[in-house]
Design a protein around this ligand. Structure first.
Ligand code: AR6
Length: 163
């Protein structure tokens, strides 16, 4: 699997599946989730709520509706950062669960935002390392992952984590 860093908006990527940083209730919210729900339209929240609740560290997949040609939205629930040892495991799990969801519906390219690093307060540098390690350790038929950096700092952190 190839992992690339791109600068931009996760809703603007030419991929089969887009990952959003969701909450357990899968009812939409702020940040990247708001952008994804805005782009996919009102059917997305109906489809995702039907699959709620989604535990922290897990993910579910729905169609992408108006976000076409993207086919799928993967709703991944990262941890709220509390400085606990299990935070990193839960964040890694959110990435691998999202990748597995995408793989399960046949997606071969997937765009990820920096899960948990906004409202959920996860320190961005550690999160970049955890995300790259989790994705590199995954066994999958997904061929291409785009790490979508919303700003300069995120872009630098992901490049550094990729080495
Ligand atoms: N494309 C790519 N990345 C983005 C975009 C975008 N359009 N918009 C923001 N980001 P957050 P969380 C980055 O807060 O911390 C929501 O209310 C942003 O700069 O969206 O996992 C959910 O419903 C940050 O680096 O997600 C949950 O309740 C990253 O995306 C809760 O927030 C994640 O920030 C989840 O919090």
């Amino acid at each position: 699997m190839r992992i690339e860093v791109v600068r931009g908006d996760v809703t603007q990527q030419p991929v089969d599946a887009v990952v959003t940083a969701a909450n357990q209730a899968l009812k939409g919210g702020g940040g990247v989730d708001a952008a994804v729900h805005r782009a996919a339209g009102p059917e997305l929240v109906r489809a995702s709520r039907a699959l709620a609740p989604c535990p922290t560290g897990q993910a579910v997949v729905t169609p992408a509706f108006d976000l076409a040609p993207v086919r799928w939205v993967v709703h991944a629930v990262g941890p709220r950062y509390r400085g606990r040892p299990q935070d990193a495991d839960l964040l890694a799990s959110a990435y691998t669960a999202a990748l597995a969801c995408a793989d399960g519906v046949g997606a071969r390219s997937v765009a990820f935002p920096a899960i948990s690093t906004g409202v959920y307060g996860y320190p961005d540098e550690e999160a970049a390392r955890v995300s790259v390690a989790a994705l590199r350790g995954a066994s999958t038929d997904v061929e291409r992952v785009l790490l979508v950096a919303f700003g300069d700092r995120q872009e630098r952190l992901w490049h550094a984590a990729l080495g």
